[in-house]
Design a protein around this ligand. Structure first.
Ligand SMILES: [Mg+2]
Length: 343
């Protein structure tokens, strides 16, 4: 049995101190972190980006198969992803957690070690937070603050007719990872000696349990001197995010099925589950890849970029939003979203 220390032995303030005492601040913009009534930040000439995310046990995560360290990592990274999606850089987070008696001090240490790891990798400071007891499951609320250069912050509303539609990485793997975990969980319920079979599917699990935010793509774009005309991260599925860009930019779009980047493991899993691969890539969520548009004049630059794929182009609004299939047929894009897929 691993050690279990009841949270009550530390008390609320003792717990926060215990979890945060080793935090070292890395960013110049963090003037004062944890330890006063409020954190103090100084962003000088920069624009400040703020995003927040609420995660509820049983709704957004299942502790049956999500280790607390991974949960901490992912909770932080999904927020960083939203700041990168504005062409910004995440700098600080505040972390608030609701926990029931079911959790021990060691559980929270695990969660915090994941948070801290993500913050170390992405250069972010934890500057505040709160903990409170919850009567039911665990809930996590993270707010992330980041910086953007004036004139270079990218919203969803700047896409123009003839712009190229680009995505980073590959799509559908996180959704397939979730399907795999759910399947193993349902098999596990019926067996005593159960070892889940994940061999050859490690990438799918990693994409679901330990996603990364595309800091690297933001840096590559910056180096190439490209400021996308619109951008967002793919958390709810490519289809739904594309429709957000179309609506906010008052344009239409046309993407090509054969150009949607899909990993081999995703394709193999879809086949095994008899699922439509394109549906999974279009509507499967939690990929945290970047979807962005650039002017046609940047074609050569983005075509050469590692980890970036041009999947289509922006059209006039009256042309609507379409996917051109491998057979040349057109299908209207619908905002299915990943949640509705699993119901
Ligand atoms: Mg987003």
């Amino acid at each position: 049995m691993s050690k279990r220390t009841e949270i009550a032995t530390l008390g609320e303030f003792g717990l926060i101190r215990h979890l945060t005492e080793k935090i070292e601040l890395k960013n110049e913009s963090t003037v004062k972190g944890i330890g006063d009534d409020a954190a103090v930040l100084d962003y000088k000439e920069k624009q400040i980006l703020v995003t927040t995310d609420l995660l509820l046990e049983g709704v957004h995560f299942d502790l049956m198969y999500v280790p607390l360290k991974h949960l901490g990592y992912k909770s932080a990274v999904v927020n960083f992803s939203d700041i990168y999606a504005m062409n910004g850089k995440p700098k600080q987070i505040t972390v608030s957690i609701g926990i029931s008696k079911r959790f021990s001090v060691e559980d929270l240490e695990e969660f915090y070690s994941g948070l801290q790891l993500a913050c170390d990798i992405y250069g972010v400071d934890i500057v505040g937070g709160d903990t409170s007891s919850s009567l039911t499951g665990m809930c996590i609320s993270i707010t992330c603050i980041g910086e953007g250069e004036k004139g270079k912050v990218v919203t969803r509303s700047g896409a123009k007719d003839t712009d190229l539609v680009c995505v980073s990485g590959d799509l559908g793997a996180a959704y397939m990872g979730l399907q795999l975990l759910e399947r193993e969980k349902s098999v596990f319920k019926g067996e005593k000696d159960f070892t889940p079979d994940f061999s050859g599917k490690e990438y799918l699990l990693e994409r679901q349990l330990k996603p990364e935010a595309r800091k690297d793509i933001i840096e590559i774009l910056e180096k190439a001197g490209i400021v996308p005309t619109s951008m967002m991260d793919i958390s709810d599925g490519l289809s739904s995010e594309l429709l957000h860009i179309s609506k906010e930019s008052n344009v239409g779009c046309c993407i090509y099925e054969e150009r949607i980047p899909i990993d081999y493991q995703t394709a193999a899993m879809a086949e095994q589950f008899s699922m439509n691969l394109v549906t999974a890539a279009l509507n499967g969520g939690e990929d945290y890849e970047l979807l962005f548009t650039v002017p046609l004049t940047d074609h050569d630059k983005v075509s050469e970029m590692k980890g970036v794929k041009v999947i289509g182009h922006i059209t006039k609004p009256e042309l609507g939003n379409y996917l051109v299939g491998r057979d040349g047929g057109e299908v209207e894009l619908k905002a299915q979203g990943w949640n509705s897929l699993s119901e």
